[in-house]
Design a protein around this ligand. Sequence first.
Ligand SMILES: [Ca+2]
Ligand SMILES: [Ca+2]
Ligand SMILES: [Ca+2]
Length: 280
Amino acid sequence: MNVSLLRERENSLRGANGRLALAALLITSGVAHADLDYSNSFDAPDLPGYGGDMYGAAQIDNAFAQSDLKLVSDGQSGSWGTWVGPKVWGNCTSFTASFEASFKNGDGGPGDGFSFWFGDMEGVTDFSGGEQGLNSILNADRGITASFVSYPGANPGVYAKQGVTTFASNGLGYDPMTYNGHQEAKEDSGHARFRVEWDVNTGMQIYVGWSFMSEEVLWVDAQGIRPTDADNWTFGFSARNGGINQDVFIDNLVINAVPAPGAAVALMGLAGLGRRRRRD
Ligand SMILES: [Ca+2]
Ligand SMILES: [Ca+2]
Ligand SMILES: [Ca+2]
């Protein structure tokens, strides 16, 4: 276990915060090492192809002039929700994913939590998941997961996982991103900020920044963590409500991926490519 808490030197990478841009996909083709950039502020659920695919309880929550991805809902115990984002068709050497999150529990504190994961979704038909990750890729012992366990009785913290194996972890309480009010929870200024970085040489780092902090700090450093399935990654979020029920909001996702030299890589997130949308 390699755990450290260091002040991040760079400014926040929360590029999409507060921006009204609906979603953007940029593929700079014809240039070696062209970066792939994707962002989604979850403001336009009906814009074809931009919203990602939603499963289980996942939905867009639009209220108080704020639109967020809501993975699971307050008042609904025993539920799960998953959002499946763009597919990186090819092989990458690194990526950075920054996003914001908050919880709304009208009658209590933090529930179970959520995960940000990536892996090869080939053959996956079960999109259930939760704070530990997406069940299908966990059961296959593949993929990499940033696990945000928030229930106070379940060793709350940040966990970096390769397949089902936890590489690094650090305790963290989630009260600063938990609200009783719906409007408070949806305000971008009150969201927690997260940043997940992975590089083939340096492994995975997970940063956390609360609303009252100007910078993120490094919460987990999982050096040497490698995906066992390096090709055809898909990024996504999952959350679960057990006995405690809460809204889990995600907002302002920005992904920057660097393809391997010579790899034919694209972010597939547009115009019906693999789109499946279902709302239970
Ligand atoms: Ca938004
Ligand atoms: Ca928001
Ligand atoms: Ca509740």
